[in-house]
Design a protein around this ligand. Structure first.
Ligand SMILES: Nc1nc2c(ncn2[C@@H]2O[C@H](COP(=O)(O)OP(=O)(O)OP(=O)(O)O)[C@@H](O)[C@H]2O)c(=O)[nH]1
Length: 273
């Protein structure tokens, strides 16, 4: 996988999502307001009198309101989902899988944040999960932390089931959430990744499911063990997909409208698989 700074495209199946930084978005919306009809401002002749001017303003208002009705019809609620945990626990691989893509064959440490999206249909409502795959390494995340925590709707805490240290670190990740004013009402999910590497014959050097469940219960989290690497089994069961559905169902119930911020320019990545 190659990561380049700039725009990010997430290609999944037949859907291409293009996410652009805020300043580019502002430029686009400004341009649209300057030229709301098909006419370009240069070709439009000035209104000859006050009545003409009022007629033109009314037609602009009408075309603008038609635009907002059609955008309301096509809009779906977008939820920002923060994915945090130690470096190398598999956040990047897991977010690829959560976005219905394959397990990436080669990954690099995330710098700043990577940004992936998944659209879901939950009981007839289309919602969009915007997954923020954050950097696990302190040196790649320190200037970004305040952006990570702005307008978050849900958090995935990831650890590696074969790395007890990554499980012990969860307390520090929870503390970071607290320091960044993340309320207890924000849904939290605990995800043990690399389940494919679990050795049932070993008792040490792994995080047991009992440990994980009791931690999750103590912190009011839903708990999953999964593997970003394992493909869905022959019966079509996919634990990664279970996480997506649980997230979607929980977030759909949220009443407050989903306001979302895009990462600052220069922190988006362009991923080419
Ligand atoms: N066996 C196995 N390997 C995995 C799994 N998920 C990720 N990996 C491997 O773990 C390594 C780290 O994966 P990443 O997804 O880059 O980890 P990360 O948490 O995003 O790391 P940072 O970007 O540094 O925070 C890579 O070599 C992956 O191939 C898994 O479910 N099973």
């Amino acid at each position: 996988m190659k990561k380049l700074r700039g725009l990010q495209n997430v290609y999944r199946g037949e859907t291409m999502y293009v996410c652009i930084g805020r300043s580019s978005f502002d430029q686009l919306s400004t341009r649209r307001h300057q030229s709301p009809s098909n006419e370009t401002p240069q070709t439009r002749s000035p209104p000859s009198n006050h009545a003409d001017q009022r007629r033109e303003e009314s037609s602009l208002e009408f075309s603008n309101s038609l635009g907002s009705v059609s955008s309301l019809l096509t809009r779906c609620r977008t939820f920002k989902v923060l994915v945090i945990g130690d470096s190398a626990v598999g956040k990047t691989c897991l977010t690829h899988r959560l976005c219905a893509a394959d397990f990436p064959c080669r990954v690099e440490a995330t710098i700043g944040v990577d940004f992936r999206e998944r659209q879901l249909d939950i009981h007839g409502e289309k919602i969009k999960l915007q997954l923020w795959d954050t950097a696990g390494q302190e040196r790649f995340r320190k200037s970004m932390v305040q952006h990570y925590y702005r307008n978050v709707h849900a958090v995935l805490f990831i650890y590696d089931v074969t790395c007890p240290t990554s499980f012990s670190s969860l307390a520090a990740w929870i503390e970071e959430c607290r320091q960044n004013s993340l309320g207890q009402e924000i849904p939290r999910f605990l995800v043990g990744n690399k389940g494919d590497l679990r050795d049932p014959s070993r008792t040490d050097g792994q995080v047991s499911q009992e440990q994980a469940m009791s931690f999750a219960k103590a912190h009011g989290m839903m708990c999953f063990e999964t593997s970003a690497k394992n493909p869905p089994n022959k019966c079509g069961n996919d634990k990664v997909e279970d996480i997506v559905v649980a997230l979607g169902v929980k977030l759909k119930r949220q009443k407050k409208p989903a306001a979302i911020t895009t990462p600052p320019d220069g922190f988006l990545s362009f991923c080419v698989n």
